[in-house]
Write a protein that binds this ligand. Sequence first.
Ligand code: AMP
Ligand code: MG
Length: 489
Amino acid sequence: MNPLNRLNFDNSFARLADTFHSKLLPTPLPEPYLVSFNAGAAALIDLDSQEAVREDFAGYFTGNRLLPGSEPLSMLYAGHQFGHYVPQLGDGRAILLGEVKNKSGEAWEIQLKGAGVTPYSRQGDGRAVLRSSIREYLCSEAMHGLGIPTTRALCIVGSDEEIYRETIESAAVVTRLAPSHVRFGSFEVFYYRRQAEPIAALADYVIDRHYAHLSGEPDRYARFLAEVVTRTARLMAQWQAVGFAHGVMNTDNMSILGLTFDYGPFGFMDGFDPGFICNHSDHEGRYAFDQQPYIGLWNLSCLAQALTPIIPAEEAQAILDSYPAQYEAQYLNLMAAKLGLMQPTEGDAELVSGLLTLMKAGRVDYTHFFRSLGQFNSLPGELNPALRDQFVDRPAFDHWAESYRARLVQENSLDSERKYRMDSVNPKYILRNYLAQIAIEKAVSQRDYTEIDRLLALLSHPFDEQPEMEQYAALPPDWAQHISVSCSS
Ligand code: AMP
Ligand code: MG
């Protein structure tokens, strides 16, 4: 028997009314070949890694061959793009094969991104290029390694078909896994069409499958919104704490499960810069790093508005009003942990903001500094040269270090224990832009995919010391400043 037959498909989204999707087949790509396979994600759907060496594997993950049991479709949604409502988007190049139930009873949707045109493609070609597929593949797994909720990535399959972007590039399909690909925009589309019924139907669908403890409860819609608010506040805090900028926080890229969703021109910060804009097409800086927590709320208010046909408006507003405090608390907890503090207390917010102000002034490398802060020696009079030398204004750092030391003494912090704790929250390795760029260049110009696999392995354990990989923790080289990441993908 074909072992891919054993994927246990159950296609609940396909069973929803036609209003929510369009059924269609992927458009085949010529001569597909496997670029990278992620055994960790394969385990989520009980897919044996041995399957990846099959000759026909690549064909299944471009959609050239249909996985037995799948029912391909593209999802309908709308969304606010850069603040403006766009009435119809939908999966313009993504095709959902269905959801696979694993042995533990979890259901994972399998989506092929770049599988050809759909009724929602507008002017697009329905394709994704290898370059952007590598970025999505690596970053989603890096986020997972960091413990940040995200969609996952199973594999990249390439094809030599030519794709026209700023230049001619080659095509690829990245296979994405997520419990659900429903987004804020999936609700907005019906609100603006003034159709209350599909809003309720979709909310019940999402609640039954993903917020099952709320199923059938009379106040389930309001509680559902409240949980999405909580998850989003937490996600924003996690992005801020790790120095991640998403780049295109349109409401069609906001997951109803609070996952990091749709990786385009994202970036991890090198030198700390709150105004960091990773998307070179974002001229106004709407999605700049320090705007993300506000945009999270702005996007939630679009969702809340779309849910007003099923949640009283005042109630929806009250739920939204809880966001800032939830975000602040989550962020402070995460930042206090990055400082090695056990119990955040009053004054810690100032300790954090004081540090960030100094880091901003000196463009101190965000990841490198926090990792090295684990080695802070709290003995009185100790200067901690390896830390202070990262700052331009060293006396200012000394001053901050005094308050930090006092705070550590206050909770009887032991240096060795604290380092251990800090190393488990301050990553040593992140997907710096230049690392992704090297992997992309090798793949695109030499068909050498080994760097992708190396980064995948490295970034799935970002908190571990990996001595043979030490150079991947280095500060970015000068040429990295000139990498430009556009929206085109
Ligand atoms: P994104 O900014 O990648 O989230 O995409 C926004 C919208 O444009 C979504 O509806 C996508 O499906 C659609 N889209 C992006 N690229 C393409 C493409 N090459 N072909 C068709 N639709 C696309
Ligand atoms: Mg999108």
